[in-house]
Design a protein around this ligand. Sequence first.
Ligand code: HEM
Length: 503
Amino acid sequence: MMEQVVKDTVNVATAVQGTLLVLTGTLLLILLHRILTAKNWRNQSAVPGPGWWLGLGPVMSYSRFLWMGIGSACNYYNEKYGSIARVWINGEETFILSKSSAVYHVLKSSNYTGRFASKKGLQCIGMFEQGIIFNSNIALWNKVRTYFTKALTGPGLQKSVDVCVSATNKQLDVLQEFTDHSGHVDVLNLLRCIVVDVSNRLFLRIPLNEKDLLIKIHRYFSTWQTVLIQPDIFFRLNFVYKKYHLAAKELQDEMGKLVEEKRQAINNMEKLEETDFATELIFAQNHDELSADDVRQCVLEMVIAAPDTLSISLFFMLLLLKQNSVVEEQIVREIQSQIGERDVESADLQNLNVLERFIKESMRFHPVVDFIMRQALEDDSIDGYRVAKGTNLILNIGRMHKSEFFKKPNEFNLENFENTVPSRYFQPFGCGPRACVGKHIAMVMTKAILVTLLSRFTVHPRHGCSVSTIKQTNNLSMRPVEEDPDCLAMRFIPRAHNIHGEP
Ligand code: HEM
């Protein structure tokens, strides 16, 4: 009996090994074919980078991107070949730029408003010629961007401070729901709940269960990160691809339901008192300006944009604050003197200079969004190198932010923002026509949430937990590995005296 079990196990192991070998072989053959038939390999530019080596160079560089993650691979190539490097991703020539003049040229120009990614990958997550983030149908992207811009500036921006204060206080009031038996708070999920609540209150305004939605957002994000630059074969291997397809569909269906609820709510209203992002999109659909799929995808992207970037950014900031206790003291003193006992208001934000420098230095030193993906719409030249139409570009802003322009480029130090930094050296949100459309609201939200949180609590990460020691990945963005969320948890100590010095 025992022998049979051992035999069966050996057979299964051999079969699995065999399948893996066949798969790897097929993958390599397909990659090689893709690369040999790629249009532009013969016109290799003079940009430094791995050599062609009978097609091995492109296979190796693409494999490195798949294996290390996009962000880490970019750092590897810029480190090895300099601030302008050329690699191949899925057989397509791709420039990686970390030189500020080159990055700035691309950001400011309307010639680079396209993005690149695998078509099938984007179709899987609903981003192919839909939504905003990876939409490279420039006419449609332009149209939907106006809805995002309207929602994220003007009155929406004004309102966001109050909404952030209220959403932060609401979750801090039920901190025990995020606290384990040892008294540590699951801070990442706390921050995500705050941020998703803020997004809902500003853009959708439909009652929802934040925790349930966050699970779906998390799976969607993992899928996005996984499928973004995969070769077509990946999507044909149903047993591998299925789980990603389902994860993407799960969030799309949920968003479809929420948009439908919103539509019903609008229909049931006698008079529309106040409009919002989702309402404007639904009206646009009613006037045949957008399709139902466009509306659903735009709402989805608006709801995921902040939890994906802002919550992780805030998490890194809390870690950095603890590693720099003098800065925490300065920030708390500033809140005390500028705001006093009341809640933070919109007009206060411009007076919080130390906080502003802290946020900028955190985004420079340990960013969440480390790079930007673009595509050239026309032929051009960058820093003397020819760029053919269709070339992929990755702007490695994380590396650019460590340039010698800064006084202490490799240190976390507020002195780096003592003087005004010219925009070509610091671009955490990008700039120009395809910049982060949420760049203003992101700063406002970060300040409002930090002030509210730090006024009530001081946080203590676990011993030995710092931005340099926690396990992280740098694929689509820089983020902590959450396989053991316990080690990321923090103690929240109510300030013995509130920050205004009263018991
Ligand atoms: C795009 C950074 C927060 C919405 C981007 C880009 C960057 C970025 C670097 C690419 C820009 C480019 O291609 O030049 C960040 C960071 C954030 C943040 C560091 C917070 C710490 C937000 C928030 C929202 C948002 C809160 C909305 C609520 C978007 C959208 C795009 C975008 C929709 C795509 C714009 C387009 O392709 O036209 N973000 N972002 N972001 N961001 Fe943000």
